[in-house]
Design a protein around this ligand. Structure first.
Ligand code: G6P
Length: 369
């Protein structure tokens, strides 16, 4: 088993460290930065249909649902197609409106999740076109969808999803760019710029992993917390949700992810000197707003851990702890900001003596309702 873990103590850590490679594998043969072109063989038969669709519905569960939220932001921003993101378990039972003009994107690492499969069957019956975004080649979901794009992250053993999540986000980024290209909502020079940067994301993830020792030190300080809040805005919001889910899944610390501005409508009541608040506070369009949210937490004596852009000075003056990630286009923030949060959950869980690869009560894939 040690051999399978490639010298790492746990599969989860191995899979976290595999991300520069898994994302490269995911993009291979699909992006052409110099030409400013994206190619997705798996959905190319629908290239024309994509020019005239009214709506996309994304269905998924768990971490895959968080990837779906990132997908919503990306597709709406670049392809200008309205997107709804649904929990498969809710969608399948609430008599939703689905038409032949809809495209449903089902996201599933395992390709076996019962609720996601049932949601697909229902949408298919109503005439929608179904795209799958799966990791396990030949699993049940890829077999019932019309078309799809594999994430190619390789086998994920740790129950808590890490590399499969970033690969799902990568595929959704490619899908958004592909749709934008088909619809003409993006210029080829802009696409060239974005793809050139996307091509560098694996190296930037490698850089982000260098904070591991610092994150370990921070983890030691918070391992005994009983609650934790994760806040972010824009692309940082799904990252906050995923950060909170990861922490609660493997360390059993109660954690909540929230849009930073919604904090004042609830979670702010919980903030005191015992409450660590993790902010996604990178330099992007919501930077100044997040800074004022940090001030609100500091004014209530909360302890702030911030994920910041390399070289940041402003947040560093306010936060108790800062973890740097490389600068990038806002659209790629989830791919980078997720990395330190995975490491934080991992170290906290290990320090608490938890079984990180097989947390209690959780299953790698949920094949029953
Ligand atoms: C389980 C796993 C999660 C996963 C979710 C959806 O809860 O523990 O890691 O995100 O199922 O699984 P899927 O295979 O459909 O992505």
């Amino acid at each position: 088993e040690m051999l399978e873990k490639g010298g790492f103590e746990h599969f989860m850590l191995k899979e976290i460290y595999e991300q520069p490679r898994s994302i490269k594998d995911c993009m291979r043969g699909r992006i052409y930065p110099e030409e400013g072109k994206v190619q997705l063989g798996g959905i190319k038969d629908y290239a024309d249909k994509l020019k005239n669709i009214d709506r996309i519905i994304i269905v998924a569960c768990g971490t895959s649902w968080h990837a779906g939220l990132v997908g919503e932001y990306l597709i709406e921003e670049y392809a200008r197609i309205p997107v709804e993101v649904e929990y498969a378990s809710e969608f399948r039972y609430r008599n939703p409106i689905i038409t032949e003009k809809d495209i449903v994107i089902a996201i599933s690492q395992s390709g076996e999740t019962a609720d996601t499969m049932a949601a697909i069957e229902m949408a298919k019956e109503k005439g929608a076109t179904i795209f799958g975004v799966c990791n396990v080649v030949g699993a049940s979901i890829p077999r019932i969808t019309h078309a799809g794009v594999y994430t190619h992250a390789g086998p994920e053993i740790g129950v808590a999803s890490t590399k499969a999540f970033t690969a799902q986000v990568t595929v959704l980024t490619l899908m958004a760019f592909y749709m934008a290209q088909q619809k003409g909502t993006i210029s080829s020079s802009k696409l060239r710029e974005l793809l050139t940067e996307l091509d560098c994301i694996p190296e930037k993830i490698q850089d982000a992993l260098k904070s591991n020792e610092l994150i370990k030190t921070i983890s030691a300080k918070f391992k005994d917390s009983s609650n934790c809040l994760f806040l972010g805005r824009g692309y940082g919001f799904p990252v906050a949700l995923e950060g909170a889910l990861k922490l609660k899944e493997i360390s059993y610390i109660h954690a909540e992810g929230y849009p930073a501005a919604e904090m004042k409508h609830g979670p702010i009541a919980l903030i005191d000197e015992e409450m660590p608040v993790i902010f996604i506070a990178t330099k992007n369009s919501s930077y100044e707003k997040v800074i004022s949210n940090i001030q609100e937490v500091k004014a209530r004596k909360g302890v702030v851990i911030a994920i910041v852009t390399e070289g940041d000075v402003e947040v560093k003056r306010m936060a108790d702890y800062c973890i740097e990630i490389p600068e990038s286009q806002e659209a790629f923030l989830p791919l980078l900001a997720t990395i330190p949060l995975q490491l934080l959950s991992y170290h906290i869980a290990v320090m608490r003596g938890c079984n990180v690869d097989q947390p209690r009560n959780l299953a790698k894939s949920v094949t029953v309702e």
